[in-house]
Design a protein around this ligand. Sequence first.
Ligand code: PMT
Length: 404
Amino acid sequence: MTGKTIVLGISGGIAAYKAATLCSRLVSWGAQVRVIMTDGAARFVTPLTLQTLSRHPVATDVFDERDPSVVQHIDWADAADLVIVAPATANVIGKMAAGIADDMLSTTLLATTAPIVVAPAMNVHMWEHPAVVDNVLKLASRGVRFVEPGTGQLACGYVGKGRLAEPEEIAEAAASLLAGPRLLAGLKIVVTAGGTVERIDPVRYVTNDSSGKMGFALAETAREYGAEVTLICARTDERPPGGVNVVRVESAADMFDEVTKRLGDADVIVKAAAVADYRPLVRHDTKMKKDGETLTVEFVRNPDILQAIGDWKAAHPDGKAPFTIGFAAETGDLEKYAMDKLKRKKCDLIVANDVSLPGAGFGTDTNIASVYAPEGLVESIPLSAKRWVAERIWQLAAERMKQA
Ligand code: PMT
């Protein structure tokens, strides 16, 4: 963290005392920490404590402009490489979601373009309140990273989820966000995204709800991490990220061709696309006419692309076997189905998402994922923006490729 400026926002909850440990950890890792405390926070811990630990004056009042050459909240917002809000109360989360700027912390949060990490802490019923759930989802979809609260005895006497994550965990999340961007430099990466389209006739088709957002987030972050990225993209309404080689396909068969022709060249293949398992047996060349009260369309199995990659790897033990990351879209028994797919399709990692959970899976800007390797669960990624899920997947994959 040497040379990095972190703005640490502390809001008014009992867990404010833990922010002192967090501040001290960030400073010991070399960060320049500028602390902002809300009025509520200053009732729980004194600004002097944070001033002593950060070795800088603490800002508590947006109108307390000590340096006439700058506007302090803009100056700090611009200087920040990262902003952390810990603890974040339901109130500050609500203000962030609504774009309210009525004190030093909320104005700085609105003015900054730096990444933001939020570590909430509150009563379990407040954490589960639909208003807070909505606000968290809204912020996560805008790219705010959450370090989820822990479960246990809460200061208010309840037992449940709402306890501020440990300062160490928040500091680690900050460190991983500030980590250098060359994690995947020199690698050729193929990412598939979107939902395949299986045509019945020129105007009718069968598809699924994939928006392409998960695959696009993977492609974009891989490019930012220094990889040369080919994005094989089926149906989507989203604009693909810049700086990647986009190959448009329609059906599972098209995707099969585009992916398999890159075997032997690609270092990593990620199958985030939702590929139709079946296609109509007959594809009519002209628009089908209405005929009769019912219509039966017969379907046949599509090739399984991920399975074909796995088989290719098995047949080429000395070849340039790509590191493969599969996805598993499930609605229950996540681990059982994901591990079965990982083993059958010989993946190095599989990212399982329970698409029945709010904020996860198809179409959303966020996801909730469990990443499995052949030995079992590697990491559970809590509700986060797909971009952040993608970054974490790359960090885990890079670690394992390095070990291999
Ligand atoms: O695109 P979004 O709206 O952002 O949604 C993201 C997502 C839910 C589509 C994504 O997170 C996801 O889960 N993608 C995989 C969807 C899927 O097809 O899962 P599956 O469990 O049916 O397939 C398992 C794996 O085999 C997948 O990696 C899939 O790409 C692959 N597969 C499946 C069938 C087939 N014929 N060929 C394949 O390669």
